[in-house]
Design a binder for this molecule. Sequence first.
Ligand code: NAD
Ligand code: UGA
Length: 460
Amino acid sequence: MKEIKKIACIGAGYVGGPTMSVIAQKNPGIQVTVVDLNQQRIDAWNDEDLSQLPIYEPGLDGVVGEARGRNLFFSTDVETAIDEADMIFISVNTPTKTYGKGKGQAADLKYIELCARQIARVAQGDKIIVEKSTLPVRTAAALKSILDDTGNGVNFAILSNPEFLAEGTAVADLHHPDRVLIGGEDEEAIQALVQIYAAWVPHERILTTNLWSSELSKLVANAFLAQRVSSINAISELCEVTGANVDEVSRAIGHDSRIGPKFLKASVGFGGSCFQKDILNLVYIARSYNLTAVADYWEQVIILNDHQKSRFAERIIQTMYNTVNGKKIVFLGWAFKKDTNDTRESAAIYVADHLLDEEAHLVVYDPKVSADQIYKDLDYLKTRSAEENRRLVTVVNDPYEALQEAHAATILTEWDEFKGYDWALIKKQMKKPSFVFDGRKLLDSASLRKLGFDYYAIGE
Ligand code: NAD
Ligand code: UGA
């Protein structure tokens, strides 16, 4: 079997960074080099101060601290890393296309193609190429064609090894994965990758399939997870008009072992860089094969999610006497979920945009997201000018300061610290009536109401 001595990973993002750190941690005999074009990102990965890593993930500092400099390296020298590696992971971004055919739905594969062309140009020896990025089914065929047609006559084996980690729990997910999925045709290459994971993952959790099943399974896994969230969010609206409580419904159905308790937490809508992108991609693929019923079915997951975000904003406006103009509304949380500083597609962005259309004055506090990022997210929408966003939105580092004289507090991210706040004190400092809109059903409704808050939660 081919022995892997050196690994390169192209893309030092939310996936490349943590995944390679754990592979290096668990395989001290293999040299792992993570490369990226983004110098700032690489500098942050190399920062002496482990609290300055470019992404926040509980436990990641410990893993990087253990392996970095020993057998884990971060660099911008992409070509040397490619040249030296026996195995190359491609972990670059695959965003939704914003132009041309498939705009707004298909995955943009330009970064993947650039990597393939660069690998083909540089590689002077045989390599195993591993798709770590989430890709449309049959991308491996395109990769193989580019590599073989533009390469230097060396041999490329292509494997699909999609990543299933969730942000906020990336290190735990990597240390104890439900499964590792490896798709491929070249048995020797498959076994080489199996060996790397077998350093810490039990063999029965390492699944091997053909390439297309592996590529498609990643999109399907995200689609099923997002579908559960949209399903319970649809029921949350029904709960609000019938007097049922969505948490109680989740608990009742989740006890059915066939349904299971996970991913049944109603929310202001799912966010994150992948659920929407991957479902749109699935929809696009189904449509491209003229599978209209299949495409329409999955598209509803996104439609419902958009509905959930805008209905939360509308509920705030209606409850506050149909006007939020000039009112101080505090956003507790901006990240798309707790324990991450990632804000991509966060529901908070869209709820904010809706309220800003109504000229609300927003004050945002998130324990891990910078003011710079929050303004970037709003500017990116291009709904209003950058000056207007800065006029209407203030970002603060102190939640108590934020809540002084506020008309309403809204919970957008389920950060644990929000539960521990002195809500009695906050009640005294807010304007009356004091509204709380809980988009995560995070706080204890009975005690907040007892304190005198007008408390509204999703699904209640
Ligand atoms: P990211 O944007 O955080 O990181 C991608 C990195 O690739 C960037 O730093 C970018 O500079 C770099 N890059 C792009 N082109 C390059 C090139 N030609 N050479 C060198 N570097 C290049 O993205 P991410 O969140 O890590 O996602 C990567 C892939 O993994 C996506 O396909 C995504 O769908 C998938 N995925 C993401 C998650 C997640 O939790 N974020 C989980 C599972 C799968
Ligand atoms: C998700 C999947 O869980 C990972 O398996 C996958 O690897 C990853 O996408 C990816 O491909 O990028 P992630 O988006 O990081 O991971 O986080 P999740 O925990 O899945 O949460 C996604 C969104 O759904 C968040 O906004 C979260 O708040 C929301 N959610 C989740 C709910 O509203 N309710 C739930 O019950 C669960």
